[in-house]
Design a protein around this ligand. Structure first.
Ligand code: 13P
Length: 261
């Protein structure tokens, strides 16, 4: 597993363009001063803030990368309100979040749709951040691994592997986000997360056989628990929702997790 940790801010449906500019004016400078070998930081703002963020990061020569929170699987057409992979690339995105549980549970995204989104993202050259996670019911009925395995095998299919679209799989990011931990303040123990990450890694290595993506944890990560989550080597970073909305808090989390280096 890669040793440089990765920190992703998923802003969800928060922040106007003005608020985005104000966040960046604080955050970019702080991040640049972190160290010569800074951790990987990716920010996923809403669609309306992608352009200003892409331009600001470029102007300031920042190493912070840009992700979109979603995409549509078709390249173009009569899909009112949707955004294609090509549009995201043109807006300056390197990454795209695919299969977040809020998309699955609130907007009816199926495993099949997640798979088509991955296909479309890879064809356009976007690097996927694939989210998987079990529900509380899955956890209580000891179905965590079957759920995660089902989500992974629906996404990482032969057509993607055989067509060479997974050649760069070691650059991909998999976010393990237990649904019951998102926005609740509840979290699994870091050791439990490490066990799940080992299973995910083994499954992907067996299925794709092209190396291993970095596996991140997400769900109620905060200033209070970031250090413990970053201890197991199996946890390659974190995907942060609520706590990433304050530039100060998100930066503090990164500094804590990397011991201020
Ligand atoms: P919270 O950090 O707010 O629990 O959200 C996690 C998440 O869904 C990130 O994608």
């Amino acid at each position: 597993m890669a040793s440089i940790p990765c920190f992703i801010a998923n802003w969800k449906m928060n922040k106007t363009v003005t608020e985005t500019a104000s966040y960046l004016s604080d955050f970019i400078g702080k991040y640049a001063e972190l160290s010569d070998h800074p951790p990987q930081v990716i920010i996923a703002p809403s669609f309306t803030s992608l352009s200003i963020m892409a331009n600001t990061l470029k102007e300031q020569g920042s190493k912070i990368a840009l992700a979109a929170q979603n995409l549509h699987f078709e390249p173009s057409g009569a899909f009112t309100g949707e955004i294609s992979a090509e549009m995201l690339c043109a807006a300056g995105c390197d990454y795209v979040i695919i299969g977040h549980s809020e998309r699955r549970n609130l907007f009816g995204e199926t495993d099949e749709m997640v798979h088509r989104k991955l296909l479309s993202a890879r064809k356009a050259g976007l690097i996927p951040i694939i989210c998987i996670g079990e529900s509380l019911k899955d956890r209580h009925t000891e179905k965590t691994w079957p759920r995660l395995q089902g989500q992974l095998s629906a996404v990482l299919t032969d057509d993607i592997i055989k067509s060479g679209l997974a050649e760069n799989i070691s650059d991909w990011l998999i976010a393990y986000e237990p649904v019951w931990a998102i926005g609740t303040g509840e979290t699994p123990e870091p050791d439990e997360v490490a066990d799940v990450h080992r299973q995910i890694q083994g499954f992907i290595e067996n299925t794709a056989g092209k190396g291993s993506p970095r596996i991140l944890y997400g769900g109620s990560v905060s200033e209070k628990n970031i250090e413990t989550f970053m201890k197991p080597p199996e946890i390659g970073g974190v995907l942060v929702g609520g706590a990433s909305l304050s530039a100060e808090t998100f930066f503090k989390m990164i500094a804590l997790a990397t011991n201020g280096t």
